[in-house]
Design a protein around this ligand. Sequence first.
Ligand code: PLP
Length: 443
Amino acid sequence: MSAHELTCIKCGKRYSGDDIVYICERCGGLLDVKYDYSAVNTDSIERVLREESAHHSGVWKFSELLPFGAGVRVVSVGEGNTPLYHCDRLGSLLGVRELYVKHEGLNPTGSFKDRGMTVGVTKAVELGVRGVACASTGNTSASLSVFAARASIPCYVLLPKGKVALGKLAQAIMHGAMVFSIRGNFDDALCVVRELCERANIYLLNSVNPYRLEGQKTIAFEIAEQLTKGNIVKSHHTPRTNKHACEIEIPDRVVVPVGNAGNISAIYKGFWELKKLGFTEHIPRMTGIQAEGASPIVDAFKKGEENITPVEHPETIATAIRIGNPVNAQKALHAIRESGGVAETVSDDEITDAQKALAGLEGIGVEPASASSIAGLRRLIEDGVVDSDERVVCIATGNLLKDPEHVVRICKKPLEVDASVDALLHIIRQQTAQLKPNLSSSV
Ligand SMILES: *Cc1c(COP(=O)(O)O)cnc(C)c1O
């Protein structure tokens, strides 16, 4: 556990970890949690990276790099420790040497948000706040309402009316949050909740809160841990060979769906810290993917601009990244540029194709926003930006079950049939014949 303070990324102003502050009071810049790295016990991290560890939480196993003192009362639901899938079929289809998918949709509430919330809500309890709140495209509210229930503190969530996937809404209302449906989009809801928190003394847990990102940076640590140990899920069974870990292994590139831009910033910070502490020499190329209808960061990246121009009416089927004015833009652009990465857009159709390919070829079920990382990688390979020789990790941010309505829209309906084997066989033969036209007929 580490002592820390908050620092403005723009003007450098420092704040104590006991202050409730989200952006710099002097210049409005984003805040970052800073440690004295010379005091960090690297042995404890090295043990997790190289040796067997069976901690219930993939976040708190890296507590040495989290901003709490000993004796902290941790609020956890067993987050993290998500599988890293080796995807050789999809990889060879796309034309890349080594492709992995980190399935963050297998967190307890079905998205990576749990990693941020375990740290954020633990901080809220430590500060003794009256309640917690967020604006959300869905997953943030699902996660926060679960952690708030676990901590027994009041929870308020603001959702853009009519634009939240059904599974996420179900979670928010079931776990006892007070749920508001805001007439407006996500950006409007975020504006309102920021002021609500200020006026009603409630703790804000959107990703503008720097503690959230401290939890999410553990995605980077886990990728390094899994590659180093060879703790990877393969499509065919090979007896697990315990690798003799010499060097900490890091991928060449990490591809991340980008909405409010917290996650890509957090993952970059995780790798940056591994480098800072001497575990690795290089940082993966951070590659951010946005939907064509909601791409302010990609636009700024391509134009070489410092600041984004917000998109007023963001639109995409990938509701989790339907965000026009991402609060963490500055951090994300820094992460992409400093690591030698890129940013690219994908269309809704490309997202749907990638979602089906992941599901059908690899058995990995994700929601649309998550599939944008695969869709983006595909585009970047086709454009010659990503080299076929790279070792790439795509982040699958959320679970397939989050958005069942989209699945029903894009997939074939079940075939309705009488309860008779003959009737079934008849249809199976018909369908198989359609799939494999006999050769003679095509001559
Ligand atoms: C929150 C979320 C994102 C976007 O993450 P940011 O940190 O806001 O960029 C992408 N996909 C899913 C499934 C999410 O829940």
